[in-house]
Design a protein around this ligand. Sequence first.
Ligand code: LLP
Length: 433
Amino acid sequence: MSLPPHFSYRAGHLFIEDVSVASIAERFGTPTYVYSRSALLDAYRLYADALQGRTARGGALVCYAIKANSNLAILNLFARAGAGFDIVSGGELERVLAAGGSPDKVIFSGVGKTRVEMRQALKVGIGCFNIESRSEAGQLSDVATSMGVTAPVSLRINPDVDARTHPYIATGLKESKFGIAYADAIQAYDEVSRLEGLSVIGIDCHIGSQLLDDGPLLDALDKLIDLVDALEARGIAIAHLDLGGGVGIDYGDGDSSATIDVSDYLHRVFDRVDRWRDRRHDGKPIKLLFEPGRSLVGNAGALLMRTLVLKPGITKNFAVVDAAMNDLLRPALYDAWHAMVPAKEASSASMLTWEIVGPVCESGDWLARARPLALDEGDLIAALSAGAYGMTMASNYNTRPRAAEVVVDGSMVHGVRDREESRQLFAGEHLLP
Ligand code: LLP
């Protein structure tokens, strides 16, 4: 199989950039998440290069959806490259600020925000709140008014298009909890634009994740364009249009090999937007925002693990590894497929079909199914394409400390998160008197 960019076999050993994964496992232990700095920056540049030159058209901004991977080193890398950020909690806001991100380039998404989070975001001068209901707008209006400030808002519209992805990560259908129904959008804008303490500046949507075809994204764009026209006709000016994230990545499973080409997709968006602005708005600029998560980090990372015990059986062969569902939840939760590759290309062990499972006490604790591999106990293997929604979805189930994280830059290796220690996990717990 082909490896993601910046991963390779050299003389039979798996490398990330110029460092063997074996040397990383030796130094940092396992399980450990490893990321390639070049892969992260290359993925960001695909967006940034396409967005360059939009200034005369109103500008454009990549707001990295940090839920995909919120390690401070990665946020800082993107902040230095000029990115904005998409957040969904006060905790994520604190991370962005700690990593040196500018608050005015942050958009606050999410279907429920607490008043404390609203206040926190207003205090630092957040770029925009993506509002998902009239009630939320009312609450934000109260908070902003009580602070004597104005909150910049966009309404998240649910365009009712089928993103054709896993049902758990499709968010743009009528029956999903997200956004304001398309049919209610104009009325919602009318109401929200009359609320005190709010300034309506944008429109947004996010229809789902791991999309393999940009057709649904462009359908959503067309629907938002029609809405903007209807709103402007009513005197509600829209300064930015935010298309959300959703661009899928190639997981190496065959199904996702023909995923969206980022620069083709962005140019198709620009093309439609420019023709629309020229035709109906005398070329008046509108700013474009994108909220990519997975496509910036997914293929830049891998999870390293070692086999603990091999249990060949009658119907199935189990390879129990030291990573588990608490480290990488995607297989258990979405039936997700991650390539499993050995650190050493050649092995004297015989080739068998393995179920790669973790030590957690759940039958759902599996990382890969039916993989032909030649494995010995103690072998190092890597789950690829694990840079997105890997570490951020990790938990401490079974009181398992979360993994270490490492960034490779050429031949240098930087620890960017220490492995947790068990003691930290119960440090905030108290005995009864
Ligand atoms: N913007 C909003 C409002 C979102 O809800 C999301 C992701 C994104 C942007 C980024 O989408 P992306 O570019 O990564 O597709 N845990 C799942 C994915 C959940 C996505 C949730 N929302 C997984 O592991 O596949």
